[in-house]
Each structure stands twice: as C-alpha cells, then as structure tokens.
Design a binder for this molecule. Structure first.
Ligand SMILES: [Mn+2]
Length: 434
C-alpha cells in the first residue's frame, strides 16, 4: 500500500459525505499490566484512510461545496520519547510520508477543531467510540451551540464508520494481494501443525509451531487468538485455553491464522491427532466438507448473503438427518431450530482489515446485500456433538468439526483464496503422515 491508495480512498469517502467535517481517530495504546502495553494495533478505519501506524493521531476531512481538505494531527517528534520508544514520524516526517493537505502537531487539534466547527453544520464521527478527541469535538460543538452570535453550528452528528465500511466491503487488487500473503503463511502453519502433531503433545505446542511460522515469515501477529481444541474441546466454540493434552484417537480443531500488513486471514482445519480418521470421524468430516463445498460453489455476484445463510442451514440440517442425529422433515426441523443445537453459528463473515470485518451485511433499508466482485468472506460450516449429549449416537459424541476457507467473490463466481490448504480426508491424512 502506498500513499496514493490512501488518497484515493479518502477521495471516495468525500464522494459519500455531505458537506461537513469528519473526524477519525487512531486506536489507543492498551495497557497490559502495570507499565507494560499490548503491541499497538491501529484502528482499521483510521489505517484504511491514512496508513499511519501511530497512536495519538487524528485525521480530519473537510468537505465544502468548493473544496475538500485533509488534515492530519500527529504527535511531535520528541528526543526523549525516541530514546525509550523509538522515533515517531513527527509533523515533518508525516508531511513527507502522506499525501494530506496539512499536518499539525496534535496539541493544536482542539483549538483548530473549535474554529472549524464554526463553519459547518454536519459532524461525522464514530458514534460508538469513546475516543477523547471525539468527546472534545462533541464538547466543542456543544459550546458553540450555546454561544450567542455564532452564525453556523453543528446541527447533526453522523456516523462516519458506516461510510468507511461501505468502502471497505469491496477489496482492491492490492488488498487482495495482502490477504493472499497472510493466507500463504497461514497455509504453511496449518500444514506444519498437521505434520508435527503427535498423541501426547499439548494443544499449545501446536499453537507454538504455528506462531513460529507466522513470526518467522514476517507476519506482524496472529489475526485473532488461536483455537487449538483437541477432542471434545472443539465443542466449545471460543475455546482458547489450548492447554490440554492431545489424545490418540481424537480430532484436533485448529482455528488460527496470521495478519499481514494489518490484513487478516481466518482458517480452520480439523484433523486426526494420530493422522488417521476413524470411520465415525470421517463420516462427520465428509458431511461438513460436503456442506462447505456446496455453499462455496453457490457464491457468485448477485447471490444474497441471507440466502446463502439459509441454504447452508438447509444443507447442515440434511447432513444431521443423514447422520441419524435429527429425524423428521427438514423444513419443520429448521423452523423449530432443531439444527441450531449442533450447528449454532453462522456460515461466515466478511474479512479484511479486521478478521470479522465490520462492513455492512444489509443495505440502508435493511435488505440483505447481494454479493459483488471484490468482497471477501469466510465460509465455515461446523457440526458439534458434545461428549455428554445423549441425543447423539454414541459413536459421534465428542466430535466437533469446522472447516473454514477464505473466499473472494469474482466477476465469474468465486476464488477460494485458501484452496492450497489440505482439506479432503486424503489430503489431510497425507499431510499428517508426511
Ligand atoms: Mn472465522
């Protein structure tokens, strides 16, 4: 990504805005304990428009009938802080790096905002953020409102995130390349886990093998907390303890992936700890895999997302009937949500700068969006049979399976961006026994 990409995105955002001032703030640094901090992760909306990876920064977009203007506020370079925490770009550095109209020291922010808001009636912010810079802007707007003699004052405060995330929904070729890079590293990590897994290992040892590959290939971080769930642990959807022993004869479900230049990947594979599926495991695995392949095959421009969700639930319900876990007529089972006990989560989500990209799923009228080329989503059906669930035939109890790939919608249909990762029973057993 270079500064021209970010400039083009801001231009598109201006096109969606009415006249007014938009304020987008950087993420806060998060305290971990005492005086240590979590690794810094930029606010995805801010990064999308600007590319700056520093905290205490604010981006201000101004749109009038005559002109548009972008102002970036950054923390000044400070030699003492540079010694301890590394050099910041500072005002001059940021002016060189980013194609914005003005760069200012962030100490000038509040004074300049107070002046700016006198000239506009619309203020765009993240309505759901508690960022201090946004609270200051709202307070400034409020005090102008109650000041006599001010000709114009803010009459509407609107959500800027909806507009930004509408843009984020369609990925450019450059963004897709970054996602592909994240997936390529993640593929290697999943294959390594399959090859290295042995009965008696701990779940965290597989996580460590994957983290090594993420970091050794230059990925900045995991895209989300890894799930490495042996046996019945797979039936806890957000299992992140990863401390149990992996047992001979069990499956292990791994939902883990890395982030590359802030772009996520999100991959799940489920494979046998000892490298060979049992008959019962293979039956459930192939049932989930068939659903996943059918759902992916249905993806093309124009297909509505809520139709795909319904279709996936029908397929999962059919699979549950086929496995002898549910009995009756499919549509009435779905009506009664019987399938939800074993298939509780949705078929997938948008993916991009956030692993769960917060882009809209419905249009402004609330109707499901239709797929368009450039959208990227996960497809991740799963079936989960708890070990103590007596409604399930004994042979299937304790089996939890999810299979997740990352799919790009193309003009012709779709591209499975993670198609290189072993997925069929034969491919997985082959990889496990390499
Ligand atoms: Mn996912």
């Amino acid at each position: 990504m270079n500064e021209t990409h970010f400039l083009n995105r801001r231009q598109k955002l201006f096109d969606l805005m009415d006249e007014g001032v938009a304020i987008i703030t950087s993420a806060l640094t998060q305290s971990r304990s005492n005086d240590t901090e979590y690794p810094y992760r930029q606010n995805s909306d801010f990064y999308y428009l600007c590319g700056l990876n520093e905290d205490n920064s604010v981006l201000v977009l101004i749109k009038t009938p005559e002109f548009t203007k972008t102002i970036l506020f950054v923390e000044a370079y400070n030699a003492e802080s540079a010694l301890w925490n590394g050099a910041r770009l500072g005002v001059d550095g940021a002016r060189e790096c980013f194609k914005v109209d003005e760069v200012h020291d962030n100490t000038e922010y509040i004074g300049m905002i107070k002046e700016l808001l006198r000239e506009h009636i619309n203020l765009y912010i993240d309505l759901y953020s508690d960022s201090v810079s946004l609270i200051e802007a709202k307070n400034a707007a409020q005090s102008l409102h109650s000041t006599r003699g001010v000709k114009r004052h803010i009459r509407s405060i609107r959500d800027i995130t909806y507009l930004i995330r509408t843009l984020r929904l369609i990925k450019s070729d450059d963004e897709i390349e970054l996602i592909k890079k994240a997936i390529a590293i993640t593929a290697e990590a999943h294959h390594s886990a399959m090859r290295e897994c042995r009965a008696g290992m701990r779940e965290y040892q597989l996580q460590a093998a994957m983290s090594y590959i993420f970091l050794n290939n230059g990925a900045s971080s995991e895209a989300y907390g890894a799930i490495v769930a042996g046996g019945n642990n797979a039936n806890t959807l957000h299992y992140v303890d990863n401390r149990d022993t992996l047992n001979d004869g069990d499956l292990v479900l791994i939902d883990a992936a890395c982030e590359w230049e802030l772009y996520a990947s999100d991959i799940t594979r489920t494979f046998p700890v000892n490298g060979k599926f049992s008959d019962a495991q293979r039956e459930v695995y192939n049932a989930v895999l068939d659903v996943q392949l059918c759902v992916i095959e249905a993806i093309k421009p124009g297909v509505k997302r809520d139709w795909l969700q319904t279709y996936s639930e029908e397929l999962l319900c059919d699979a549950l009937i086929e496995l002898g876990i549910l009995s009756g007529e499919r549509n009435s089972l779905i009506e009664a949500k019987e399938h939800k006990k074993y298939a509780p989560h949705g078929i997938g989500h948008w993916m991009g700068l956030d692993v769960h990209d917060p882009c809209p799923y419905v249009d402004e009228e609330g109707a499901s969006l239709a797929f368009m080329a450039g959208m990227v989503m996960t497809i991740e059906p799963g079936l989960y049979f708890r070990i103590d669930d007596e409604s399930v035939p004994e042979r299937y109890r304790g089996i939890g399976i999810r299979i997740e790939d990352n799919i790009l919608v193309t003009e012709e249909g779709y591209e499975n961006l993670s198609a290189m990762i072993a997925k069929s029973v034969e491919e997985i057993e082959g990889m496990c026994n390499q």
